[in-house]
Ligand binder design. Structure first.
Ligand SMILES: C[S@@+](CC[C@H](N)C(=O)[O-])C[C@H]1O[C@@H](n2cnc3c(N)ncnc32)[C@H](O)[C@@H]1O
Length: 231
């Protein structure tokens, strides 16, 4: 993996910002991902993220920490936080920003237990495919202390398939409509990322039930996005 995402985070952190990351998917055109957004503080987070941080208690695992924005806020509040990411650059930036406990590891290799597991900025993306979702959820369940919770956000992207007259054009024989292939470009280089999964709430809730977890809708956002609590 080239880790263009991590390289961009490091450039931004080190004051070498010249351009934002550009992403595109198999169903959408190029779109800029502003690097400044990944370094957001509490005031600049969405209502869903702020709500998730308010609900976070106890020992915390921040899965896919990126630049560590959520971890930093929680650590500043006095919570014990472990931040993990598979991007070397993301881990380095999160450490340099002051998060004490940061590890380069996939969530599937995590073995400690926690009171709150946080997956933010389309947290279901990490599950990659609908078919893999029960496995990820089963593993996350093993990382929960008694009474623990998973706080996760996602978006129902059905709207992306809507045509001008209000119909939907998705191929009924294709995989689940929230599975997107992402291409990430930065400073003249490109990298194909693994499939990134957007899950509508009902489908997430059904997957949770299939592995013996309960899932409740905490809050809906402004654009088909939502925050869920799994326990
Ligand atoms: C969209 S970014 C979100 C970053 C951060 N949570 C935020 O809200 O700013 C997703 C992050 O998940 C990380 N990631 C992807 N798969 C992962 C896995 N299996 N385990 C841990 N982190 C993962 C990526 O490297 C990336 O940093």
């Amino acid at each position: 993996m080239k880790d263009l995402f991590g390289t961009a985070l490091l450039d931004y952190y080190n004051g070498n910002f010249t351009e934002d990351i550009v992403t595109s998917t198999n169903i959408s055109e190029e779109d800029e991902l502003p690097l400044t957004y990944l370094f957001r503080d509490y005031q600049d987070m969405s209502k869903l993220e702020q709500k998730a941080l308010q609900l976070t208690t106890g020992k915390v695992l921040d899965v896919g920490c990126g630049a560590g924005s959520h971890s930093l806020h929680l650590q500043d509040k006095g919570l014990e936080v472990k931040a993990i990411d598979v991007s070397k650059g993301a881990v380095e930036v999160t450490q340099k920003r002051g998060v004490n406990n940061v590890t380069l590891i996939s969530v599937l290799d995590e073995t400690e237990t926690f009171d709150t597991i946080l997956l933010m900025m389309n947290g279901t993306g990490i599950f990659q495919e609908l078919a893999k979702t029960p496995n990820y959820l089963k593993h996350l369940k093993t990382l929960l202390n008694p009474g623990g919770q998973i706080l996760i956000d996602s978006t129902d992207i059905k709207y992306m398939y809507e045509d001008d007259d209000g119909g939907f054009w998705q191929d009924l024989h294709a995989n689940y409509y929230g599975e997107l292939d992402y291409l990430l470009s930065y400073k003249g280089e490109s990298e194909i990322l693994t499939t990134w999964l957007y899950l509508d709430f009902e489908t997430l809730a059904t997957s949770c039930v299939s592995v013996g977890l309960q899932c409740e809708l905490v809050m809906e956002g402004d654009h088909y996005d939502y925050l869920a609590r799994i326990f």
